[in-house]
Design a protein around this ligand. Structure first.
Ligand SMILES: [Zn+2]
Length: 279
């Protein structure tokens, strides 16, 4: 809950106190909730059919939930030591750090057990989408040994997990490259951060109602190209979920139920606005 997602910089405007950051967990759930809502309201039949075949073993409800799970976990790679440690540093992402904000966040995060790097450490950086592709298949079913440097597992039924993890995000319009995913491995933060990411994966899975150990049998795109277009749908979920106002940012002390209820409410509003064509 102390991994941050989006930040709010309102300057010194007076008004009701607004949280300055939204937990990443809340944003992952927001994307999942939007995906579920899109399935119910707006997803074209052809796209549904493709997802039912690729992510649901022929079952519509399974495909609906698995695609919501994947939309939620598409930003999982943001939970990495280098990115998390940049909170309110005064760099391009945080041009105006608020006094004491970084210290307060670090204290809360360390107390909650987030394995942040020490001030002397300089953790490797990699693009979050490459980290997602590097870590997600391992967290949802492939425990095979001997895979190094971003190698994909070709054992059945793990192959589909890698295809899906690579299909979640395209990088500036291009398919993710194995080499970049391999290099991202050293920016993951290792086992300590895998624990953090596993918690996020479990939160998303239990909220959308998928059983993680069933994922390898469900995620079986017949060809790598079968999931083409899925990254755009996932990006749409992430975009619609990110329109939530900072006044509705979650708190790190919110319960999973509170987070999920708020996400569903906001998703309903965002998808309705989208269908009605308003911004
Ligand atoms: Zn495997």
């Amino acid at each position: 809950m102390w991994c941050w997602g989006r930040l709010h910089r309102s300057g010194t405007r007076r008004g009701p106190a607004v949280r300055s950051w939204n937990p990443l967990a809340a944003e992952l759930l927001g994307s999942s909730a939007v995906m579920l809502r899109l399935w119910d309201r707006a997803l074209p039949q052809a796209q549904q059919a493709m997802l039912i075949a690729s992510l649901g073993a022929g079952d519509r409800e399974a495909a609906r939930r698995v695609s919501a799970f994947l939309a939620g976990t598409s930003r999982l790679g943001e939970a990495n030591p280098a990115r998390m440690d940049r909170f309110s540093l005064g760099d391009d992402e945080f041009p105006e750090p608020r006094p004491g904000e970084r210290e307060a966040w670090r204290e809360g995060a360390l107390k909650a057990g987030l394995p942040l790097p020490s001030p002397e450490e300089r953790p490797y950086r990699a693009a979050p989408e490459h980290i997602t592709a590097a870590v997600l298949p391992r967290l949802i079913g492939c425990g095979c040994e001997g895979l190094t440097d971003g190698e994909q597992c070709f054992q059945q039924p793990h192959r589909g997990l890698f295809r899906a993890a690579f299909a979640l995000n395209s990088h500036r319009g291009a398919r993710l490259h194995d080499d970049d995913v391999g290099k991202a491995q050293r920016a993951t933060g290792g086992a300590a951060w895998d624990t953090v990411r596993a918690d996020l994966v479990n939160l998303v899975a239990s909220s959308v109602g998928v059983t993680p150990r069933r994922l390898p049998e469900l995620i079986q795109p017949p060809e790598p190209s079968t999931l083409s277009g899925f990254d755009r749908l996932v990006a749409q979920c992430n975009r619609l979920a990110s329109h939530a106002s900072p006044s509705r940012f979650a708190s790190p002390t919110d319960s999973p139920t509170e987070l999920w209820e708020a996400s569903q409410q906001q998703a309903q509003e965002a998808v309705t606005r989208q269908i009605q064509g308003s911004p």
